[in-house]
Each structure stands twice: as structure tokens, then as C-alpha cells.
Design a binder for this molecule. Structure first.
Ligand code: NAP
Length: 378
């Protein structure tokens, strides 16, 4: 396992952090649920093999992830790792809500102290709420009381909001979505470098785009990976591209089986910054370009087009349209689209007013593309 300084905080963390949002599951009479014994075995295996960063959240696995992590951390395992969990901002309307949730989290996790306490999935509207309710003052009180050690946030909005949030507070860390296909999505590589330049450690989530970079890989993409002189799996290339960045402190990997965990621990044995040669970087660039050529609409999900006066969920529609094409997952994309139809957020609601096209920074002909997406996804 490789370790990196966690910013200026005075300790090192493993570059591989275990994400506890995709624990192994089993079918039961009541539906799918986490295979608790296997999940605990995997968490402990990770900690026994050098992983010292665990990430969970209040809502993961319908609230059971924190419970299972808490059980895994008994028997001396708590001392082996930094523990991160998050405050679900969408469930907080008053400070009393935040207090109640935090108390519940300590009980579920069976710990006295949480190392990293994050505002979960910050977006522009939630960031306004954080300021209005003075939630950061509440977190500072928790820190003074010794109940949390460090304050951070995870992020899902566009770059300008990320910079605003980063600049607004002396964060101990932040967590962003990043992978080879999301270089320019949300905070992206620019956000990574922005936080890095300010000395803020960056934790990466969705390094394999939630698994899409590991499964159902198009044949031409596989052939391109296979053309490298050194043979590596697509999963290894995806992680390698990320840990090559010196600004990356921890890469969270969600693993749903012991085999995936073992493989990723092996891959992270080489997780040194600047480990990629110019030829390897060029290969990844070719793969990124090949994936991009399968993209239907060059939407970066910046959200400038929102709110649509008719309620059309423009970026979500283009995401489904693109992912159906890029990952050859038309059925999944159509299923997602059905959800939008059910909520009257689908493309058929467009009345061609053109408000979106006036503000789209990518110059996308949104009205026309919405019609094409509607045809393809319906
Ligand atoms: N704060 C937030 O808003 C937020 C949002 C997202 C994630 N997170 C955190 O970040 C963590 C990482 O994100 P993520 O879980 O989306 O990570 P990810 O690495 O992008 O996706 C994980 C999935 O990739 C597949 N995978 C992993 N290793 C593999 C291997 N060696 N071979 C083949 N497939 C492999 C598995 O898919 P299958 O299970 O389908 O096999 C696994 O469930 C999460 O677990 C969570 O802790 C936080």
C-alpha cells in the first residue's frame, strides 16, 4: 500500500480508501440487503492490508452502512483507520435535525469521535442552507467538544460553485467525483488543482464512474487498452490515471466483492504520484477521445440551462442519452428516462422557448438534441 501526507494535518493516509456505499449484497425474502458478515470480513481485510481510510454516510445502504462499519470497527479495528461520515444536508431543516442525526451516527458507528465529518453532497442550494443555518458553527462546536476531528464536504455541482465553497472556509479536506470520463464534469481536474493549490487534501469518489469503467467496456475501447506495451486492466488504468495526480490524497474505491478488494489493493501498491509515462498518458487520452466520440451531446452537466420553465431535466436527459450510447446500456438509459416521464421532467415537455440555448456555455442546440434524446430513450 502507498501512503500520502494528508495535506498539513500531520498524518499519512493510504491512497486507497475504502468506500462503504457498495458493500456486497445478498437476495433475501425482503429483497436485496448487505451481506453483513462478508462486508465486515472485507472491511477488516482492507484494514489488515494497509488501508487506513474508511468512507461511509448516513444514508448508504438505506442507513445500514454506518451500522455495519460500526460493527466492523470493533475488536481493535477502530484504531487502525481514519473514519469519515457525512451529514445528509437534504434531511436538515433546523440545527436540531443536524444534532439529532449526528447523535444517531455516533450510536450507529459505536465511536466517541469521527475523524472526518463532511457536509454530504454540497450543491448551490444546500450551500445556502449551510450558511443560513450556520451549520459550520455547529460542526466547530462538535470539534471543540472532541466529537469530530476534521471538517470537510463532498461535492456535486459545477466548478464555479466548488470554487466558491472552497474559498469560503478553511476546510480540512474535500471530496469530489473524478475519473477519466469526468475530467470536466462537476469540480473536475480544474477543481482538483484549485483545491490542491490551496493545500486542501482532495479525496476522490467514483473513480470507476460507479463501475461503468470496469464493466461492459466497448470492444474498441478494450482493444485500445490492449495495445499498451505493459498489459493492465481498464480498472488499473483508471486508478493509475488518478493516482498520478500529486493533488490526490485518497481515492475511494467502492468494492462489492472480496475479489475486487484484493485486486484493487494490488493495484494501489503502485500508487505513486507522477507514475505515468508520457506514452501512458497519451494512451489514456486516446481512450478518453474514443469514449468522447461515442458521446451524443457534449453536455458537461454545468446546469446553466436550469431551471427550465417547463421543468425539463435537461442535463439528466443528456446524461442518460450519452451513457446509453457510450456504455451500450440503452435499456438502463430508457429505464432512467421512464422515471423522468413519470415526474413530467422528460423532453416531450419542451416548448422550444429557447431560454436554455441562450445560456448554454457549450453552445448545444438543446431543443433539437432533446427531440433526438426523446426518440432514442422512449
Ligand atoms: N459523498 C458523495 O456524494 C458520494 C457519492 C458517490 C460515492 N461516494 C463515496 O465514494 C466511494 C467510491 O465511489 P464508488 O463506489 O462510486 O466507486 P467506483 O470505483 O467508481 O465504483 C465502484 C464499483 O466499481 C466496480 N469495481 C470496483 N473495483 C473493481 C474491480 N477491481 N473490478 C471490477 N469492478 C470493480 C464495482 O461495481 P459492481 O459492484 O457493479 O461490481 C463497484 O461497486 C463510495 O463507495 C462512497 O463511499 C460518495
Amino acid at each position: 500500500m502507498q501512503y500520502r501526507e494528508f495535506g498539513q494535518l500531520g498524518f499519512k493516509t493510504s491512497v486507497f480508501g475504502m468506500g462503504c456505499m457498495r458493500l456486497p449484497q445478498v437476495e433475501t425474502a425482503e429483497g436485496r440487503k448487505v451481506d453483513e458478515a462478508e462486508a465486515i470480513r472485507m472491511i477488516r481485510y482492507a484494514l489488515d492490508h494497509g488501508v487506513n481510510y474508511l468512507d461511509t454516510a448516513y444514508g448508504y445502504h438505506d442507513g445500514t452502512s454506518e451500522l455495519i462499519v460500526g460493527r466492523a470497527l470493533r475488536d481493535g479495528y477502530r484504531e487502525k483507520t481514519k473514519l469519515a461520515t457525512k451529514l445528509p444536508l437534504w434531511r436538515v431543516e433546523t440545527l436540531a435535525d443536524a444534532e439529532r442525526i449526528f447523535t444517531e451516527q455516533l450510536t450507529k458507528l459505536q465511536v466517541e469521535t469521527i475523524d472526518f465529518y463532511l457536509l454530504h453532497a454540497v450543491k448551490a442550494d444546500r450551500w445556502r442552507k449551510v450558511r443560513e443555518l450556520k451549520i459550520l458553527d455547529f460542526l466547530e462546536d462538535l470539534r471543540k467538544a472532541g466529537k469530530i476531528r476534521y471538517i470537510g464536504f463532498s461535492f456535486h455541482d459545477h466548478l464555479s460553485v466548488f470554487k466558491e465553497v472552497i474559498d469560503a472556509y478553511p476546510w480540512d479536506m474535500c471530496q469530489i467525483q473524478l475519473n477519466i470520463l469526468d475530467e470536466k464534469v462537476q469540480a473536475g481536474v480544474e477543481g482538483l488543482r484549485y483545491a490542491g493549490a490551496k493545500g486542501i487534501p482532495v479525496v476522490i469518489m467514483e473513480p470507476l464512474k460507479g463501475g461503468k469503467l470496469a464493466q461492459k467496456i466497448p470492444a474498441d475501447v478494450l482493444a485500445l487498452w490492449g495495445s499498451a506495451p505493459v498489459k493492465r486492466s481498464p480498472v488499473e488504468w483508471a486508478f493509475r490515471w488518478l493516482y498520478n495526480f500529486p493533488e490526490v490524497a485518497v481515492i475511494l474505491s467502492g468494492v462489492s466483492s472480496m475479489a475486487q478488494l484484493e485486486e484493487n489493493i494490488r493495484i494501489f501498491a503502485e500508487a505513486r504520484p507522477h507514475c505515468m509515462t508520457a506514452e501512458e498518458q497519451n494512451l489514456v487520452r486516446q481512450v478518453i477521445n474514443l469514449y468522447a466520440s461515442k458521446t451524443k451531446v457534449p453536455c458537461t452537466e454545468c446546469g446553466y440551462c436550469l431551471p427550465c420553465p417547463q421543468g425539463v431535466a435537461i442535463p439528466r436527459i443528456f446524461r442518460s442519452y450519452n451513457e446509453g450510447s457510450i456504455f451500450e446500456q440503452g435499456a438502463e438509459a430508457a429505464k432512467e428516462y421512464q422515471k423522468l416521464i413519470a415526474k413530467a421532467h422528460d423532453a416531450s415537455r419542451c416548448v422550444a422557448c429557447g431560454a436554455c440555448e441562450q445560456v448554454c456555455p457549450q453552445g448545444i442546440r438543446i431543443i433539437e438534441e432533446l427531440k433526438a434524446a426523446d426518440q432514442a430513450l422512449r
